[in-house]
Design a protein around this ligand. Structure first.
Ligand SMILES: [Zn+2]
Length: 85
């Protein structure tokens, strides 16, 4: 699954709980693990005067439109691994 290049947000984990109509439903209700997918979009943005294609979550995209100083996006993870090896 795609991660955000800015904050690294990806899949989130949690629990699903189903409501039952009977008494003390909270004790009886089945609790299953579940996942949430981050809303990651592929966007073409101008960062530091350069046009770049980045995978960015909608939360970062929203912040970016509001705050000037967050506009520096880190290097994509794949390129960083290639440079290290
Ligand atoms: Zn993000």
């Amino acid at each position: 699954m795609t991660k955000c290049d800015q904050c690294g947000k990806g899949r989130q984990f949690g629990r699903y709980i189903r409501h039952k109509a009977t008494g003390k439903w909270a004790l009886k209700a089945p609790k299953k693990p579940r996942q949430w997918a981050a809303n990651v979009q592929r966007k073409r943005l101008v960062i530091d005067g350069k046009r770049q294609v980045v995978n960015i979550c909608t939360r970062c995209l929203r912040t970016m439109h509001k705050v000037e100083r967050v506009r520096k996006v880190k290097e994509p993870r794949v390129e960083a691994e290639v440079a290290a090896s």
